[in-house]
Design a protein around this ligand. Structure first.
Ligand SMILES: Cc1cc2nc3c(=O)[nH]c(=O)nc-3n(C[C@H](O)[C@H](O)[C@H](O)COP(=O)(O)OP(=O)(O)OC[C@H]3O[C@@H](n4cnc5c(N)ncnc54)[C@H](O)[C@@H]3O)c2cc1C
Length: 290
């Protein structure tokens, strides 16, 4: 299992050629190496975090846990509600709107760049197998393809699907016409190490709200794991050190050259991602499909 306490990771660990090169960044050698990570299909590999559901909430949670160096696996069966959206016009940062399937792709890419793995599958069951925080055997998960995973923490972000939680004592399911998981103000369920995010946690039905909640749950998970106060900030060179302060855990300072290089790479990547209409067809409500 990755030990983030010995790692000052703050950024991507996957080598993506059209992204800023992680190996060029300060402290790149301290980051968890994606090649050391368990293969998503290696059922025996224990995970720090398994995120169930790769919609906006689950992927946002994964970005934060993975950027911190937590070995994160996202299991998703491809049915985000956002795929049915015709045009997303209220997501912060896109004043002209954005194709919702494009946004999901970008979030997926961001989680991968941070080091998260993805498995296309449906989780059918979770069982609690241990009680000790930090023990990667706290939970066992099973998928419809028969894979089994062990995990220290689980983030459930599956809109209104809760069937796989049936065997977990201590999780309260709330029925409001649809099923939700009862959580505290930070997304914790009644079971230590098990969180719920986004629609499943009864958050309002907007993509930005659910994404924000996923991020909050990711950070909460890190806090509960007793990680030092978590910034996940990229600051200009000298921001801390010129004031005689250490760069805090989860932060990095970058100089002007590095900043320009990252911006240039980001501009190239953004141009490419938005060069053409998204190839996926518009999805609709399942009841309207033939
Ligand atoms: C037609 C339509 C239009 C919309 N338009 C807008 C809009 O314009 N603006 C806006 O802000 N919001 C819009 N929304 C709402 C928005 O899509 C949701 O609020 C948001 O997607 C909820 O995010 P989430 O991550 O909680 O759930 P989702 O995005 O639905 O993600 C849940 C994920 O969990 C996966 N999953 C479920 N069960 C399992 C399992 N057992 N194992 C593995 N994976 C599983 C699903 O496949 C899915 O990928 C729209 C929704 C619809 C239906």
């Amino acid at each position: 299992m990755t030990d983030p306490s010995t790692d000052s990771s703050t950024g991507p660990s996957t080598d993506v050629t059209d992204k800023p090169d992680a190996t060029d960044r300060p402290d790149a050698t301290d980051r968890p190496d994606a090649t050391d990570r368990p293969d998503a299909t290696d059922a025996s590999a224990p995970r720090d975090v398994v995120v169930i559901g790769g919609g906006v909430a689950g992927l946002s949670a994964a970005v934060f846990t993975a950027r911190h160096g937590f070995d994160t696996l996202v299991v998703d069966d491809g049915g985000s509600l956002l795929r049915r959206n015709a045009r997303l016009e209220n997501f912060p940062g896109f004043p002209a709107g954005v194709n919702a399937r494009r946004l999901l792709d970008l979030l997926d890419e961001q989680a991968a760049n941070a080091g998260a793995e993805r498995l296309d599958a449906r989780v059918t069951r979770i069982a609690r197998t241990g009680d000790i925080a930090g023990d990667d055997r706290r939970f066992t998960l099973e998928t419809d393809a028969g894979e089994r995973f062990r995990a220290n923490s689980v983030v459930a972000a599956t809109k209104n699907e809760v069937g796989y939680l049936a065997d977990v004592e201590g999780v309260e399911i709330v029925d409001r016409g649809k099923a939700y998981v009862d959580v505290d103000e930070r997304g914790r369920t009644g079971v230590e190490g098990l969180y719920a995010a986004g629609r499943l946690a009864r958050k309002p039905h907007q993509a930005a709200v659910c994404a924000g909640h996923g991020a909050e749950v990711g950070v909460t998970l890190l806090e509960d794991a007793n990680r030092p106060f978590y910034h996940d900030w990229v600051a200009p060179e000298g921001y801390f050190t010129d004031r005689g302060r250490e760069v805090p855990p989860g932060c990095e300072e970058i100089d002007a050259t590095e900043r320009r290089e990252r911006e240039s790479a980001a501009l190239d990547a953004t141009r490419e991602r938005f060069a053409d209409p998204h190839p996926d067809p518009q999805e609709t409500h399942p009841s309207l499909e033939e």
